[in-house]
Design a protein around this ligand. Sequence first.
Ligand code: IMP
Ligand code: MG
Length: 181
Amino acid sequence: MSAPAIPGIERVLFTEEQIEARLCEVAAEISRNYAGRTVKLVGVLKGSVFFLTALARHIEVPLKIDFLGISSFSNKSGSPGVVRIAKDLDESIEGDDVILVEDIVDTGFTLRYLLQNLAGRAPNSLAVCTFLDRNSRRIVQVPVDYRCFEIPDRFVVGFGLDYNQLYRNLGYVAVMKPDKG
Ligand code: IMP
Ligand code: MG
């Protein structure tokens, strides 16, 4: 794919075709690991929506979905601060085989909070599947069971990821120009 003519975007990191191929691999892995069970995908709004629905279409075990929404605040020094649930799940996850689906794991603060919160609701199992992983910026160690792509230390958009709420609908993942991210 040639460079998209969108201001602020530097280059394509993963094309639609690359994403689709990788989603199939991860979905096959999940289908194997959860054979004979029903899996519940829990998506984090809004970034994971595009990834979750695309992934779900390739998973071959019975599947339920639910979503939660979070707000995160940074303190003045820019370090990640408080995460809280702004919209809770519609249903209980007690006894469920849950896979928490994230758009990107960066510092790990968001994921740590969500895992602690969900673990307290007594699921039968709790795993993590992230579309992107920027391990180089990790501050707190969190378990990631399934990841589609490891990415460099650059701000990215597309396939659910936003910059000021824009670009979520791009079918590919792109790197923002440095002054935009
Ligand atoms: P963490 O708590 O630092 O791991 O935060 C992860 C969250 O930050 C993700 O769920 C995204 O909402 C956001 N985020 C981190 N990096 C990017 C990026 O490159 N593009 C868009 N959103 C990002
Ligand atoms: Mg997010």
